[in-house]
Design a binder for this molecule. Structure first.
Ligand SMILES: Cc1ncc(COP(=O)(O)O)c(C=O)c1O
Length: 294
């Protein structure tokens, strides 16, 4: 396996980062998780935009021009002849001294890894997933914005530990107001029905304390194409318990039906028709969008 390390492709065993790197010492850096389908990088420009926005928010500089970063990612995929898989792009503050002062880190470390991905088994998409609500609250947006995809994922890791203890793959995380923010590594949508029988898809706004997911964005577009109204709106746990359907979205997970939360079946406890349609449309799109790299 070949890894891109700050301008060079090196063998995996030689891809080493300094113990003085502030990404390692302080989680000081940003990253992206990107998918390759059928030799195509899915929504590459959107991921680059989010990466550079995150970097700007933490004043991570100097950065290569975005086109150079894009080429580094494409070259890494080509060098590994990876037709389907997962890319991890990381930009850390780089090596400095033991203080947190970022001015001591003159050169960011850039890493691109192109590798395989452990997918959920197909039965999760067919039968749905059980989740619990984590007691760990999502980081307050006014303290450390969850919109920054930073290397500091401890908040999410603590929630993941709760999932593991509960024996479920994902969990719902609430924000400081007790409203739904997102999952430990995915965004969340519900399909709600009002008293007049009208249904709409709802997902929490970014200001609720969630990452601006690229799969979330894609699914919002796909919902429009299949004629389902989709709104960003605050969601409480009650809204999930009483929803007709619910699903998670993420680059790795794609679109996953959530059919049980805190031991309450959602809808009839099976993946609903809107979720199924979105799973199918998403799969179709991932395999056709973008130019084949090799
Ligand atoms: C905390 C969090 N929320 C949501 C997502 C989903 O985002 P995306 O669809 O861009 O992968 C991720 C995945 O990276 C994440 O880490």
């Amino acid at each position: 396996m070949l890894i891109h390390l700050t301008g060079h492709l090196v063998a995996a065993e030689d891809a080493k980062v300094s113990v003085f790197d502030h990404g390692f010492l302080y989680g000081d850096g940003v990253f992206e998780g990107i998918r390759v389908y059928n030799r195509r990088i899915f929504r590459h420009d959107a991921h680059l935009l989010r990466l550079y926005r995150s970097a700007k928010a933490i004043m991570l500089q100097p950065l290569p021009p975005v086109e150079e970063m894009k080429r580094a990612i494409e070259d890494t995929v080509r060098a590994n002849e990876m037709g389907d898989g997962y890319i991890r792009a990381v930009i850390s503050r780089g090596p400095g001294d033991l203080g947190i002062d970022p001015r001591k880190c003159p050169e960011p470390t850039i890493v691109v890894i192109a590798t395989g991905i452990a997918l959920y088994p197909e039965e999760v998409y067919e039968q749905g997933m059980e989740c619990v609500t984590a007691s760990t609250r999502r980081s307050r947006p006014d303290v450390l914005s969850p919109a920054i995809k930073s290397l500091n994922y401890l908040n999410n890791v603590l929630a993941k530990i709760e999932c593991i203890r509960a024996g479920v793959p994902e969990c719902v995380m609430l924000n400081d107001r007790g409203l739904v923010a997102e999952c430990s590594a995915d965004n969340i949508f519900i399909l709600s029905r009002d008293f007049n029988g009208q249904t709409e898809l709802r997902t929490p706004p970014i200001t609720a304390g969630s990452l601006e997911g690229i799969t979330r964005d894609t699914v919002m577009q796909l919902a429009g194409e299949i004629g389902v109204r989709c709104v960003e709106r605050d969601i409480a746990l009650f809204d999930i318990y009483s929803a007709e359907e619910a699903f998670l979205t993420g680059t790795g997970a794609e679109v996953v039906p959530m059919t049980m939360l805190d031991q309450r079946p959602i809808g009839d406890g099976k993946p609903g028709p809107v979720t199924r349609q979105l799973i199918a449309r998403y799969r179709e799109l991932t395999h056709t969008e973008g130019e084949p790299l090799f």
